[in-house]
Design a binder for this molecule. Structure first.
Ligand SMILES: *Cc1c(COP(=O)(O)O)cnc(C)c1O
Length: 426
């Protein structure tokens, strides 16, 4: 049910007081600004630290100190199986079967590992479809894989240009690209949410379309995981990859994740192998023959970094208690409120770039500052000085992401008041 928004702090505070998820904010360390909490809107870039991370890390350090190598088998959560302790919660967050997900490496590494298996170019079919203006790592990874297989990115990289105002891409544009190039596309590689515009894509619809043209499909969920409730298994995507330091709040450079659809669980496609991907029951026979573990676990290379997995485990436990659907319900209200404030109070200085349809976005609003780059930088710096933490994207966009675990309606009012303060000053 749509809420009748009001622009006052009193109204926002009443919403916060009635919010069933309000208690989760206290589970996070909110970076201070001067003598109070900052208004932290940067969960799209680095999520905040759950308070439970420090004691959990400390416990692992204690096990290491007290048990040494025995920590692999003893302690509350033996290190030998540690990646399995995050599996069920991770699967719930992305809407997958538990054996379809694995926490490992980082996004860029996982993207390469997945492409080794699922980008299998032939002379007739070797192109990759990505969005124009994709995140640099995605572009570099895709381009370097094309070269690695001896093809030329000039012809093998098909970049989907925006066909809508503000740089977003319609489903029809994807349809047209596949109709035109589908027979030579080996892999469709698109984001769950585009990092610049905040546009969310319909993963199931893209997958259906791409499959009809015989293409493999992979998604980069860096900005979607922990932000939108996903149904990766049902989407039918071949693979997905993500990082965990954005909405998943697992710390700078946190362990990323990968999804491999169940139908590939026993694939004989090539892969880059390591001992941790070997069948768990015979791993320690240390034989020369690689026998992959069933499912996504079979793509692991190394024994997992326990100290890096601990924050992810702690954070996913918060997601389990909050529930992705409840988070999304609040997120729709929070971001809807921020959008309404911009439209109703600030439309002389700001313009929302992100799609207005809530089904086509997550928490983030990409907001263009009218009047050019220098004007925009001046507002951005003013906001930072006033404890409103967003991030800047060239040439004139500020990304503001109210996240439902720790942001409040009152934060959105603080943002609007700061923008007004800046506008009346300049
Ligand atoms: C954040 C982000 C990355 C970062 O990749 P890392 O390997 O974790 O450094 C890559 N792609 C997209 C789309 C991102 O948003």
């Amino acid at each position: 049910m749509p809420i009748a928004y009001e622009a006052t702090l009193a109204w926002a505070q009443a919403q916060d007081a009635a919010d069933p998820l309000r208690g989760f904010r206290d589970e996070f360390l909110i970076p201070p600004h001067e003598d109070r909490d900052s208004h932290y809107f940067c969960g799209n870039s680095l999520g905040l630290q759950p308070r439970a991370v420090r004691p959990a890390l400390s416990a692992e350090l204690d096990y290491w100190g007290e048990l040494g190598v025995e920590g692999h088998f003893k302690g509350r959560l033996p290190w030998m199986d540690y990646h399995e302790f995050v599996r069920d919660d991770l699967a719930a967050v992305v809407g997958a079967q538990p054996h379809e997900v694995v926490a490992m490496n980082t996004l860029g590494v996982n993207l390469h590992l997945m492409m080794v298996s699922f980008y299998r170019p032939t002379p007739e079919r070797h192109a990759i479809l990505i969005e124009a203006g994709s995140f640099p790592t995605d572009r570099y990874a895709v381009e370097s894989q094309v070269r690695f297989h001896g093809f030329d990115p000039a012809t093998a990289l098909i970049e989907l240009e925006s066909d809508q105002p503000n740089g977003t891409i319609s489903m029809e544009a994807i349809e047209r690209a596949l109709a035109e190039h589908g027979s030579r596309i080996a892999l469709v590689m698109l984001p769950g949410i585009q990092y610049r515009t905040g546009q969310a894509f319909d993963l199931a619809a893209i997958t259906r379309l791409a499959n009809r043209h015989g293409c493999m499909v992979g998604f980069d969920l860096a900005h979607a995981v922990g932000n939108l409730p996903l149904q990766l298994h049902d989407s039918g995507a071949d693979f997905a990859i993500w990082c965990s330091y954005k909405y998943l709040n697992s710390g700078p450079g946190a362990v990323g994740g990968a999804f491999v659809h169940e139908r590939h669980a026993r694939t004989t496609l090539p892969r880059f192998a390591g001992w941790w991907g070997h069948d768990k029951t015979t791993r320690f026979q240390m034989g020369p023959q690689f026998v992959p573990t069933y499912g996504a676990d079979g793509w692991q290379l190394s024994n997992p970094p326990i100290l890096a997995l601990t924050p992810l485990r702690v954070s996913l436990e918060i997601f389990r208690r909050a529930g992705m659907q409840r988070l999304r319900d609040k997120s729709l209200q929070l971001t809807g409120y921020l959008e309404w404030l911009v439209h109703s109070q600030l439309n002389d200085v700001l313009e929302v770039v992100t799609p207005g349809d809530p089904e086509r976005r997550g928490a983030q609003l990409s907001i263009r500052v009218l009047g050019g780059r220098e004007h925009g930088r001046s507002l951005f710096e003013y906001l930072m000085e006033h404890g409103i933490i967003g991030d800047w994207r060239e040439p004139d966009v500020i990304r503001i992401s109210p996240t439902p675990l720790y942001n409040r309606f009152a934060d959105c009012v603080a943002f609007a008041e700061a923008v007004r303060g800046w506008a009346s000053r300049s």
